[in-house]
Design a protein around this ligand. Sequence first.
Ligand code: NAP
Length: 433
Amino acid sequence: MTEPFKIAIAGLGTVGQGVVDIIQSNAALIKARTGRDIQIVAVSSANKNKARSVDVSVYEWVDSAADLAGRKDIDCVVELIGGEHGVAHDLVAHALESGQHVVTANKAMIARHGLKLAQKAEYKNVALKYEAAVAGGIPAIKTIKQGLAANNIKAVSGILNGTCNFILSEMGLSGRAFDDVLVEAQAKGYAEADPSFDIDGIDTGHKLCILSALAFGIKPDLDNVLEHTSGIREISSLDLKIADELGYKIKLLGSAHVDEQGHVAQSVEPCFVKKSAPLASVDSSFNAVFFDADFAGQVVNIGRGAGAGPTASAVVADIMDIVCGDIGTVFSVSASQLKDARYMDSSRDEAKYYIHLSVEDRPGVMANISSALSAEGLSIDELIQRHYHVDGPVSVVITTHKTTRYALTSVLNKLQALDCIAEIVSVYRIFNI
Ligand SMILES: NC(=O)c1ccc[n+]([C@@H]2O[C@H](COP(=O)([O-])OP(=O)(O)OC[C@H]3O[C@@H](n4cnc5c(N)ncnc54)[C@H](OP(=O)(O)O)[C@@H]3O)[C@@H](O)[C@H]2O)c1
């Protein structure tokens, strides 16, 4: 008889309990598909006496998660504690060094320490899998490593944070302000008490960093992503209303692409997305990941990016892959083949933009604005003027054709200097997928 595959689970929170639930509920199906039972040997969490949604009393309780590393009776450590450094990282590092497989959902740790951990895993010929770390239940990593394995990937983008997507969708539907919707998101459990990781784009940055490394074969470089990261705090209900009028939605996108010389650009920022584009239809807490591959073409995966069921589903699928003998490389190439990224000069990166100006209501203003734009060779796609506030300033909204960030900055400086312009209210990139 085949021996069960023995795992230990560290962290019994939302995802940890979800993993226990799937393994208990779908044991027969998992065995039928892998040919082996998955046996939970031990569990560890911070508080032994905390009530759980699943029965963990049948498993050995280990007070210190660190003690799971190196145990000969545990084939695979499932790390579901979270956090970039500390207990989670030390447990994973020691488990890999001891020759145990590791499955984790920890994007912060993989984005920051993925390269070193990959070296440890590949040195010991064990697996380090982390499908759940990017877009929860959506198979984003498997899409790159398996489905698109024979392709050069030119771009990868996505709505990677359900909290932000819920807030932006709700603001767009109801016209309510950001702070108001954030409180509702917290009450519904979509946003943490301290929501900054989500709404400032850092969580999306972690996921984008991992996707870029996989898609372009580069070393994960979280600092570069975070240098080009902005969140959704500043988005006003007025910009969402104007976006709607113009046929767009606003989405927080993590996006990365590579040019023909192999230079990479990666950013996290709120973007205008055409309502007809696949990503625009992804609302509420759903996530989506878009790939542009040289032979497969454009691929979009949509699904739930968080929550116990979807995230645990990805974790258990990773465990099942290991049971079936898929050790593979940690990224899409071995750690030793990952290249240092060469980055694009961001001032030369081309995009279309939305520019919202608050201007004085007097003759000649539109002519001044148009000549400031044409002086920099920036061509206008649409230019509209609206009175959104009775007796208040007038909104002038411009959408541009493709231009460089360099030209955009020059135009914004010129506009700022015009005395008819009270304020540059907002500037967003228009994402053309
Ligand atoms: N939640 C999601 O939808 C989701 C989606 C994708 C990825 N992830 C990732 O999955 C991981 C887990 O997330 P989660 O939402 O399940 O978090 P969570 O609900 O906060 O659970 C964290 C668990 O870790 C335990 N823990 C904390 N410190 C510990 C320590 N020193 N030793 C052992 N256990 C410790 C906690 O213990 P007690 O329960 O005993 O207090 C808790 O059970 C994170 O890396 C997260 O980024 C989560």
